[in-house]
Structure formats: C-alpha cells, structure tokens
Ligand binder design. Structure first.
Ligand code: IPE
Ligand code: IPE
Ligand code: MG
Length: 235
C-alpha cells in the first residue's frame, strides 16, 4: 500500500506544445487539457486525495494574446456545464484561490455557482488557482497583517508558520506533492510559501497526456520519498 498525499498541487503545463506537435491550434490543446482536469480530479478523489489544487491561470498569463486569454476564460463554463453532475455524484467540493479582480464576471459567476452548489460535499476539494500568483498573494497577506497591527487588532509578533493563515490557502491542508507537467522545472510563481517542504515531481508529459496512470506513477514515487523536514531518518 502506498502513502496517498493529502494535498496534491499541479502546474498543468504543455497544452500549447501538445497542440503544436499535432498541428492543431493552441486552443485545442487547452480544450484537451480541460478534459484531463476531469479525469485527474475523479481519479485523485477515488485514490483518497483530500485536496487537489490546479494552476489554471497565473497572474503572468495576462501577457498572452487577448484571443488566447478570452478562450482560457471561457473554459470554466465548458468545464462546469460538462462535468458538474459528475462532480456532485463524486461528492467533490469546488474551491478557488487567486485575485478575483480582472477575472471576467461571467467566469466568476460560474465559479461562484459551482462553489455554492458543492459546498456541503465531503469528498476531495478541487481547488482552482485562477488569476493566481504567489507574489501577489504574499502582498495581499502582508497588507492584511499590517492592517491588523496598525488597527491594534493584534500585536506585531508574527512567528513560526503563522503567516500561512494570511494566505489564500489558509483553510487547506499543507501541500504534500507538487507535480509539474511538460518537462519544465520551475515554479512559475505558484505556491512559493506553501511548497517550503513539499515533495516535487516533474513529468515530461504534456498536460493533455497526463492520464490516470501518470498520476498513479507520481503518487507511487511520492510514496517512496523519505520526508525528513530537517531531521533524521526514523529507521
Ligand atoms: C498550460 O499550457 C496552460 C496555461 C498556462 C493556461 P501552456 O499554454 O503554457 O502550454 P505551453 O507551455 O505553451 O506548451
Ligand atoms: C504556469 O505555466 C501557469 C499555469 C500552468 C497556469 P506557464 O506556461 O504560464 O509558465 P512559464 O511561462 O513557462 O513559466
Ligand atoms: Mg506553458
């Protein structure tokens, strides 16, 4: 029996290259990627993962051509229209992290509806990072903390890992495993604080090719890691 990570976070990368290799438009890569989100979410829930955080759109992705940005922002509607029924049948709860500002209101509405509809579900949390960037998140957190100190709601005594309570992820378990697809080996402004002691796994597969078996392999690899947190092996 292998250890199942409680919280898995994935940088879903490589949609564009997947499409290019097949002579297709980048949008077709993103479309194939959305279907993969469904497969991986259902499978992770079945494996007993408690929380799956997916990097769907970064604060840097606004730099892409407007047509691509608009297409990406239309995908939540396709996703929830197509799969909400299954999400409910599987008892999965939808959440979202990131800055709401700038996300088109139609996409926000779709997310809010899915979050509300699934709020009492007790299976895995499927958490979408939308317009998410770690640097932004840290700025927001520092402003919140500073406000509390200046308004005398708390003293200036932040210590240990208490800062995590100011982040968008405050209600989620610690990230055990970070997966990035497509062969890139960087974090691209994703969960910089939260990944302090996470295990990292890099797959050469493009996201639309990252299937259930690929997730099983990543989790198997995770199960063989020795997490020491700066201490010594127990055995
Ligand atoms: C990931 O695929 C999807 C998003 C960043 C939204 P990319 O679009 O980055 O695909 P590549 O990296 O160009 O292949
Ligand atoms: C990271 O992928 C963001 C998402 C997967 C949403 P990018 O493709 O944007 O990252 P870079 O540009 O290669 O660092
Ligand atoms: Mg990319």
């Amino acid at each position: 029996m292998t250890t199942i990570p409680e919280h898995v976070a994935i940088i879903m990368d490589g949609n564009g290259r997947w499409a290019k290799e097949k002579g297709k438009a980048r949008s077709q890569g993103h479309f194939a990627g959305v279907k993969r989100v469904r497969d991986i979410a259902i499978h992770a829930n079945e494996l007993g993962v408690r929380c799956l955080t997916l990097y769907a759109f970064s604060t840097e992705n606004w730099k892409r051509p407007q047509t691509e940005v608009s297409y990406l922002m239309s995908l939540p509607e396709f996703f929830f229209n197509s799969y909400m029924k299954e999400i409910m049948e599987n008892d999965i709860r939808i959440e979202m992290i990131g800055e709401r500002e700038h996300i088109p209101s139609a996409a926000l509405k779709i997310f809010d509806k899915a979050i509300k509809t699934s709020k009492d579900n007790r299976g895995m949390i499927l958490n979408f990072a939308m317009n998410y960037g770690s640097i932004d998140e840290i700025n927001v957190a520092v402003r919140k903390y500073t406000d509390e100190v200046l308004s005398k709601r708390r003293s200036n005594d932040l210590a240990g890992d208490e800062f995590k309570n100011y982040l968008f992820t405050k209600d989620l378990p610690e990230v055990d495993l970070l997966i990035r697809t497509s062969g890139e080996k960087r974090l691209s402004n994703f969960l910089l604080y939260q990944l302090a002691y996470s295990e990292l796994y890099f797959s050469d597969r493009y996201w639309p090719d990252f299937d259930e078996q690929a997730l099983d392999e990543a989790i198997k690899d995770y199960g063989m890691r020795q997490r020491r947190y700066g201490g010594l092996d127990e055995d």
